[in-house]
Design a protein around this ligand. Structure first.
Ligand SMILES: Nc1ncnc2c1ncn2[C@@H]1O[C@H](COP(=O)(O)OP(=O)(O)OP(=O)(O)O)[C@@H](O)[C@H]1O
Ligand code: SF4
Ligand SMILES: [Mg+2]
Length: 359
């Protein structure tokens, strides 16, 4: 058995120990780091077609999510974060044009039937959103939520479903004795924990969180983030964390993708993106974070592009202090700064080319 195969066996053994489902049936592909690739997107684009125009909300995205890692997607409002998250789950509205490839554990998400997708999203993939109240039925007890969710996917008795619900609540720090309570009897933070418990009761492989902690106060936010991180470590979950809050990102991420104007313009490990940002927009975003030592507010002048008529070149060119004529002409190619660190910027590409010429 070669080293890669040994690593794969170790990953499988870990997953089996953690009680993960379908692990033997899963296609386990080794990544460059020897971890299981849970989800991959290649050249993925999403265009919304409205009556009057086409909105290019996500453009030629490549990304990989690995087991046991948190990948955070950050960027200003309307840059395409939620669109990318919804596209990866094949949850975009009918009529939306999606091109490229999405592979979840060896299966092409874009060719699965509606029923296959429903099963996948309810079991191996879990989704949590900003406002849990829109997902919880105010007329149903929490127990009934667990029973209905579990019975829609498995032939399971009411009693057994309630028992699993109680265990899931316990895992997220909500007393199982509150199983018979209604959603309005919980605080916002507890409701978000309940949503996480409802997601985890199926022992998913991938958790997608779209601004799940945005409406919570900072203390509760920190508790939920800590919970997500510990669940990731305990169950080997892959987490796609969509947020515009860089504080949240620093707290829990292994990898970070920075989105601007529908493109993932920079991605890498949290260390690479936070400590060696290569894209001017990432630098601007980091500078605009307010922290304890902030004496002067900093922001990026100008507005992001209208994705209904995006510019032909780099989407950041109108706001970038370093732009050149080429930046307005063509979208920059991908430059690889390390096995994990990638950036789309003409200036970086030119610097790398110069570096190569000099050798
Ligand atoms: N169903 C839709 N039809 C047409 N355009 C849409 C649709 N959903 C989103 N858009 C547009 O796509 C672009 C990206 O929106 P998206 O919701 O993905 O941004 P976001 O980065 O998640 O923003 P936020 O941080 O505010 O949640 C925006 O211009 C938005 O108006
Ligand atoms: S490609 Fe040009 S405009 Fe875009 S970020 Fe790089 S230097 Fe700035
Ligand atoms: Mg959004």
């Amino acid at each position: 058995m070669n080293v890669e195969a040994v690593k794969i066996e170790a990953v499988k053994a870990e997953a089996v120990k953690a009680g993960a489902r379908n692990v033997e049936a899963a296609t386990v592909e080794p990544s460059e780091f020897g971890k299981e690739t849970v989800l991959s997107a290649r050249n993925l684009s999403t265009y919304y077609r409205t009556k009057r125009r086409v909105v290019k909300a996500c453009e030629a995205v490549n990304l990989d999510l690995y087991r046991g890692e948190v990948y955070s997607l950050v960027g200003e409002s309307a840059c395409g974060k939620s669109t990318l998250g919804a596209t990866l789950m094949n949850l975009v509205p009918d009529g939306t044009e999606v091109t490229g490839e999405i592979v979840f554990r060896g299966r092409n998400v874009l060719t699965l039937s509606k029923e296959e997708l429903r099963r996948l999203r309810g079991t191996e993939i879990a989704l949590i959103f900003q406002d849990p109240m829109t997902r919880l039925d105010p007329l149903m007890t929490i127990e009934k939520h667990f029973v209905e969710a579990l019975q829609s996917h498995e032939p399971i008795s009411r009693r057994e479903a309630a028992l699993r619900g109680a265990r899931a609540l316990d895992a997220v720090g909500v007393p199982p004795s509150r199983l018979r309570d209604y959603p309005h009897q919980f605080s916002g933070g507890m409701r978000q924990r309940i949503m996480i418990a409802l997601a985890l009761v199926f022992e998913p492989v991938l958790l997608v969180s779209d601004e799940a902690t945005t409406s919570l106060d900072v203390v509760v936010q920190a508790q939920i983030l800590h919970l997500m991180r510990s669940l990731k470590d305990r169950y080997g979950l892959a987490i796609l964390n969509i947020t515009h809050d860089l504080g949240v990102v620093a707290e829990i991420s292994d990898k970070v993708g920075v989105m601007y104007g529908g493109h993932v313009v920079e991605q890498g490990t949290a260390l690479e993106v936070f400590h060696r940002p290569a894209h001017p927009y990432t630098g601007g975003l980091l500078n605009s974070v307010v922290h304890m030592g902030t004496t002067q507010l900093s922001w990026i002048d100008g507005m992001p592009p209208d994705l209904g008529s995006p510019p032909p070149g780099c989407p950041y060119a109108d706001r970038c202090d370093l732009e050149s004529a080429e930046c307005h002409r063509s979208f920059p190619p991908e430059s690889r700064l390390s096995a994990t660190h990638r950036v789309h910027c003409h200036r970086v590409a030119a610097g790398l080319a110069q570096g190569r010429d000099a050798q």
